[in-house]
Design a protein around this ligand. Structure first.
Ligand code: ZN
Length: 215
């Protein structure tokens, strides 16, 4: 089986999981994976839902930006996907989705707190990236500087969505899930605290938290 076939299978399965978990509806969001045997990635094109990816509609894009023959329109976010692969050789897959709890936090201008042991260990910190200076969706210019720090594996884009990166698609997808789960937990915590007049919440004090807080 060729690498392209295998990676497309993996991308289709990951996209379906993301859709089934309702982290991404309709045709928004995008995900990609880096090929090992050529300087290129496989990416979901524009206008295709996470539940509609097939071997025929996925695009292969070279890291120089040239797109191999395709009837589809390239993703609006192709630029930041390519840039993240160019600046970080440890990034081999990216899942970007518009999951509602996390995007709600980001749109309120609030960074999602890493408040569970899992988030502290697996993410450490998820920076909030504001809208572009022109007020539009974030591009590579806004996103890449945050990811030049190799300790960053996740970020949240105001009024847009989340980014999880990893050494393979499943790891990037897990981050997309943890980001959303954490935002949901944080919302419940903050709402209950406000309702009960509490202002201080404990965070777990594990060894990894020291590393997380030192970013
Ligand atoms: Zn997006």
């Amino acid at each position: 089986m060729s690498e392209i076939y295998e990676k497309k299978e993996e991308l289709i399965a990951t996209a379906k999981r993301c859709f089934d978990l309702r982290l991404q509806t309709n045709a928004g969001g995008n995900l990609s994976v880096r090929l090992e045997k050529q300087d290129a990635i496989i990416i979901k094109p524009s206008g295709i839902g996470f539940n509609e990816c097939t071997h025929d509609n996925l695009q292969i894009v070279n890291l120089d930006g040239s797109i191999e023959k395709s009837a589809q329109k390239p993703s609006k976010d192709l630029g930041f996907h390519l840039d993240l692969y160019r600046i970080r050789d440890d990034i081999r897959a990216i899942v970007h989705c518009h999951s509602p709890w996390a995007t709600g936090y980001a749109s309120a201008g609030i960074e999602i707190p890493c408040l569970t042991v899992q988030t502290i260990e697996k993410i450490g910190k998820m920076p909030l990236i504001p809208l572009s200076t022109q007020g539009g969706p974030q591009t590579a210019k806004d996103i890449s500087p945050v990811f030049t720090n190799r300790k960053i594996h996740a970020a949240v884009l105001a009024n847009h969505g989340t980014i999880g990166v990893g050494e393979n698609l499943m790891k990037a997808q897990y981050l997309a899930e943890i980001i959303e789960e954490t935002a949901h937990i944080a919302y419940v915590r903050d709402t209950l605290m406000a309702a009960h007049g509490k202002t201080l919440a404990e965070l777990p004090k594990y060894g990894t938290a020291i590393e997380a807080n030192s970013i």
